[in-house]
Write a protein that binds this ligand. Structure first.
Ligand SMILES: *Cc1c(COP(=O)(O)O)cnc(C)c1O
Length: 374
């Protein structure tokens, strides 16, 4: 007889929220300091310590972190920035906010991150920088991209919004190489504050500028209605920061759980003909598991497979669409066929349910259902 567990819906993602999160949020509520208070500073210090960097600046989202990063590098009208078409749209939009042009380059077929050789081919007169994305938590080829940046005198902004906890080819944590790097804390990320983000500055001058621009252009010593330049309201509330502090305390455990679930999937899907599972690690590189996205065999109708999984109450999603094919980027002249590796990955990739508390039987149910659906 089929038990209730066999028909229980399995969502795509699910945050881990417990008594510690409740306790710290409640403490902020009762303190009366709901923003720009001590919890925000505590979150920044704890985050920087965990990552192994000197400082980190909390902001309202990963997107606003990217926007401030673009401004810190001075990218604007007339500048071209080399970036990946296989990403979440924010990594290109942040350039458009400042009038810079995203110049897409194809991705590496194995890692799905920006291919350094393609980036080198695209570098030209107007190139001002590189914006690599550590997509699906797999570390981008930073040593090669840094060498390219050094050769051409380019700025670097790392989109690490999906990669908190990943380790790169030189054994360093993603976001801790001394480049500007951004993180995001939306509810499906490795660490969540509901909405939120963080940017790692290169030095003290960056940090001061980022803190001023997130807060309406106010420098640290300025009064409430004093403004030293153009700014934004990109602040993170202390309520959100409280969630962040609690989540950081158990980040190692949550990352280990994600790796555990990924390993269950890898075993569970090993026998499925033609299916490609994601690369967990290579050399010193280690993925921080953000989503579990497989590449379906070419002959499989993905929408039909999603429909068959839905019939069994299992969520799955086509993931991700290529950025260059969205209407506002087509307006810049981008078309199908320009980035065959990214487009092929985009056409075949399917994200399966993936969250730290996923149990063995849930993973088994997804694996069986997927095998039966393709
Ligand atoms: C989540 C994400 C962002 C943006 O983060 P938000 O907090 O949703 O604004 C940017 N880039 C990538 C690759 C992401 O996955």
């Amino acid at each position: 007889m089929a038990g209730a567990a066999d028909s229980e819906p399995i969502p795509l993602a699910k945050p881990e929220i417990g008594p510690r999160e409740e306790e710290l949020v409640l403490a902020v509520l009762r303190s009366g300091r709901l923003s720009l208070g001590p919890m925000g500073e505590r979150f920044e210090r704890a985050f920087a310590a965990w990552l192994g960097v000197e400082d980190a600046v909390a902001v309202s989202s990963g997107t606003t972190a990217l926007h401030l990063g673009v401004r810190a590098l001075g990218w604007g009208a007339g500048d071209e920035v080399l970036t990946s078409p296989f990403s979440f749209v924010a990594s290109a939009n942040c350039l458009l906010y400042e009038g810079a042009r995203p110049v897409f380059c194809d991705v590496d077929p194995e890692t799905l991150d920006l291919d350094p050789a393609a980036a080198a081919d695209a570098a030209g007169e107007r190139t001002a920088g590189i914006l690599p994305v550590h997509i699906f938590g797999y570390p981008a080829a930073m040593p090669a991209l840094e060498a390219l940046a050094a050769r051409h005198g380019l700025g670097l902004l790392e989109d690490a919004c999906e990669a908190l906890g990943a380790v790169d080819a030189e054994g360093r944590r993603v976001g801790a190489r001394g480049n500007l790097a951004t993180f995001a804390f939306y509810a499906n990320k490795q660490l969540t504050t509901g909405e939120g983000g963080m940017i790692v500055p290169r030095h003290g001058a960056d940090a001061a500028r980022l803190r001023s621009e997130r807060n309406q252009g106010r420098a640290a010593e300025m009064g409430w209605l004093d403004h030293g330049g153009l700014g934004f309201n990109y602040r993170l509330s202390d309520l959100a920061a409280a969630l962040g502090v609690a989540q950081l305390e158990r980040l190692d455990a949550m990352l280990a759980d994600r790796a555990r679930v990924a390993a269950l999937y890898e075993r569970g899907l090993a026998g499925v003909e033609g299916l490609r599972t994601p690369l967990p690690a290579r050399g010193e590189e280690v993925r921080s598991w953000f989503v579990y996205a497989v590449q379906l065999p070419e002959e499989v109708d993905r929408d039909a497979a999603i429909g068959r999984l839905a019939e069994r109450a299992i969520a799955a999603k086509a993931y991700l669409p290529c950025i260059h094919l969205f209407p506002h980027l087509r307006e810049l002249g981008y078309r199908e066929g320009q980035f065959p590796v990214a487009e092929a990955a985009s056409a075949r990739s399917l994200a399966l349910p993936f969250f730290p508390s996923m149990g063995e039987s849930q993973v088994a149910r997804v694996c069986e259902a997927l095998a039966a659906s393709i």
